[in-house]
Write a protein of this length. Structure first.
Length: 166
């Protein structure tokens, strides 16, 4: 083994050891910095996300604004940012062989990485009028939260992320 190979392997192992699933999420969503994300914090952050994409501030997401979500996800991926960016090599978005169903009976949190924003928004359109309002987006927080709260303790922590624990 050459010195270069050893250094590369060592760096990869160090990255894998330093990797904490959910750490980036906690840094962005734990608004009170208490080590856990509550449903109230999720609702607040989702309202912020809605406002970020509601370019004309009309309280509704147009098809163009929804397409902007996909553009944002793609730009994040290209910049090496966004969900899953710190995964060690070999740990990809499909954490198993099943459908990835979370506790909420819907797609698990990795599903949103590859689904279009329009697909994701359809599930939030409570009155099926084809328009996603701020209220519909924020009210979807409970299901979004439940899918990620693996241990059912009503608080999201890094323990709710990463591969299933035996």
């Amino acid at each position: 083994m050459t010195l270069t190979t050893a250094l590369v392997l060592g760096a990869g192992l160090a990255q894998a050891q330093d990797f904490t699933p959910g750490a980036d999420f906690m840094n962005q969503w734990d608004l009170d910095s208490n080590g856990g994300v509550s449903l109230a914090e999720v609702r607040e952050q989702r309202a912020n996300i809605f406002a970020m994409f509601d370019e004309n501030s009309d309280g509704k997401l147009s098809a163009t604004e929804i397409a902007g979500m996909d553009e944002h996800k793609q730009l994040q991926r290209e910049a090496g940012m966004g969900p899953g960016r710190n995964r060690p090599e070999g740990m990809n978005g499909s954490m198993g062989k099943g459908k990835g169903m979370g506790r909420g009976g819907q797609m698990g949190h990795q599903g949103g990485l590859d689904r279009s924003a329009a697909e994701e928004m359809r599930g939030l359109d409570a009155n099926r009028d084809g328009i996603i309002t701020t209220a519909e987006f924020v009210n979807g927080s409970a299901n979004w939260f439940r899918m990620r709260d693996r241990n059912g303790d009503n608080v999201l922590t890094t323990a709710d992320f990463g591969p299933p624990r035996g």
